[in-house]
Design a protein around this ligand. Structure first.
Ligand code: SF4
Length: 496
């Protein structure tokens, strides 16, 4: 390649943003209802929202109360080719309708029931469609599985980075070694065992990771949230996400007065765990009645927000970020390329450098020099999230009205319609070219979809070994786990 061609290629590669991504965000912004067009809204300014898969591997081998899957879910066989095919079709539609970049959860029942090669191939398909995948798991699998997922047949890493969201709470029954957790604290060794597998993977094979901790909240574990955060804040989770339980999915598994754990009560407990007030209005992800988010970092045992919502100078930083950096894709961009893109932005808008330096100085001042020195300037970014699914009884009629292009006069249904319109968690239906909010998927569409899958992918009775550590699993999980997943093992100690 000649010099001119090389310079042109460098110029193209370091362009601050992809025009197709910018167009996709503009479309998304235009579709948002007025209630969601807030100054802190991320959708349409720095992303198009999250995505998730559906109808790919609905079965799980733990039992949760509540469970968002329909009653047929556990009667569907986990099937690698079906998963790859469906995910490819769903990602194709997402790529077409939502543009070239997004964060997408590989979610269904339990992802580790997929053989590791199928799991890896599916992640690869998602990446090929511009999706940054995150596998959704209960975390009850072994290092051998993780290693087989991360490494190719040649023993070399097939991914530079893996992302997992791990669901841990005491309402999940059948975890090996702790069949019925008496409380959240009892699960801490299992949480640590999970994150330790990724530390080991990174140490042995250089595969980086991002881990989110997910927890369903009911009145029964509300007052344990703070300790979960305090006990696990330095174990490697980069996000703590809490989902107040909703009445959707399998109604046989609805056990409590879930709505007694109000959003404010849950957020107050998250704040207690973080040890500080968490301002969830600096940034919004979709409708704030669905999602509350606080971005920040730990230095030692204290959490600090990236931006202080009470400081107008920090809010100006947010606005400048959206203006100049919002269209830049940070996730998955190699650091050198990202630096080159940022330099070009600074060259075009020199004021951004002064804004950034001012913010850096203020943030360091808030943390304090002594604390920074004691912790050797080490910070751990940790995000707190609360995601509030809606109940099936309101989602179904609200969705019906939305499909008819009508707006309800009933305040509750109207709110539901607004939230659905601003949804930041979409699922794709390639057969009819539509996207639906996850609430609609679980409340309205899952039952028929899983009933159909039950016929298409019937369970094959391949029971070979009964797991002595987990007598409940065969009941939940009539088919055995895949061969790659040993039937039993001691828990929770992991050989380092
Ligand atoms: S899935 Fe439901 S609760 Fe979540 S953002 Fe979408 S509409 Fe809101």
């Amino acid at each position: 390649m000649g010099l001119v061609a090389t310079l042109r290629a460098v110029e193209r590669a370091t362009r601050p943003y992809d025009p197709e991504f910018a167009e996709a965000m503009a479309r998304r912004w235009a579709q948002l209802p007025g209630t969601a067009k807030t100054p802190g809204q991320i959708i349409g300014r720095h992303g198009v929202g999250c995505e998730g898969t559906h109808g790919v591997f609905p079965k799980c081998n733990l039992k949760c109360t509540p469970c968002y899957h329909s009653r047929d879910a556990n009667q569907v066989r986990v099937d690698g080719p079906h998963t790859r095919e469906q995910v490819a079709a769903q990602m194709g539609l997402l790529r077409r309708l939502r543009g070239p970049r997004a964060h997408t959860q590989l979610i269904g029942g339990e992802v580790s029931l997929l053989p590791p090669d199928d799991h890896a191939a599916t992640l690869q398909i998602m990446r090929e469609h511009g999706r940054e995948p995150m596998s959704f798991t209960h975390g009850d699998f072994d290092y051998a599985y993780l290693q087989q997922l991360a490494l190719g047949p040649d023993g070399k890493p097939r991914f530079g980075r893996l992302s997992f969201a791990a669901h841990f709470d005491k309402f999940m029954y059948g975890r090996r070694g702790i069949e019925r957790p008496p409380n959240e604290k009892a699960l801490n060794p299992y949480r640590r065992r999970f994150t330790a597998m990724f530390t080991r993977l990174k140490r042995e094979h250089g595969v980086r990771y991002f881990l989110a901790h997910n927890m369903t909240v009911t009145p029964g574990n509300l007052d344990e949230i703070a300790d979960v955060i305090r006990d696990n804040r330095d174990t490697g989770f980069g996000m703590f996400s809490f989902q107040p339980a909703a009445f959707l999915g399998d109604e046989r598994r609805w056990k409590e007065e879930y709505r007694a754990a109000t959003p404010d009560a849950v957020w107050a407990q998250i704040e207690r765990g973080a040890g500080t007030r968490l301002d969830h209005h600096v940034f919004h992800n979709g409708d704030v009645r669905c999602n509350r988010t606080a971005y920040g970092f730990y230095t030692g045992d204290r959490w600090f927000p990236f931006l202080d919502g009470d400081d107008p100078r920090d809010l100006a930083v947010r606005d400048a970020f959206f203006r100049h950096l919002g269209k830049v894709n940070f996730t998955g961009t190699p650091p050198v390329l990202l630096a080159a893109r940022l330099i070009r932005i600074i060259a075009r808008h020199p004021a951004t450098l002064a804004i950034a330096l001012g913010w850096l100085a203020r943030t360091a001042g808030r943390v304090g020099l002594t604390r920074l020195l004691v912790n050797r300037f080490r910070i751990r970014p940790v995000t707190f999230v609360m995601h509030l699914f809606m109940d099936a009884e309101t989602v179904a009629p609200a969705w019906e009205l939305t499909k008819r292009g009508e707006t309800s006069q009933d305040p509750k249904l109207r709110e539901t319609q607004e939230r659905l319109a601003a949804c930041q968690y979409s699922m794709a239906h390639p057969h009819n070219g539509t996207l639906v909010p996850a609430c609609v998927q679980h409340s309205v569409l899952d039952p028929a979809e899983n009933a159909q899958l039950r016929t298409q992918l019937p369970l094959v009775d391949t029971r070979t070994t009964k797991n002595p550590n987990n007598p409940a699993n065969p009941a939940n999980c009539p088919a055995s786990q895949p061969a790659s997943q040993p039937a039993s093992r001691p828990v929770p100690k992991e050989k380092k």
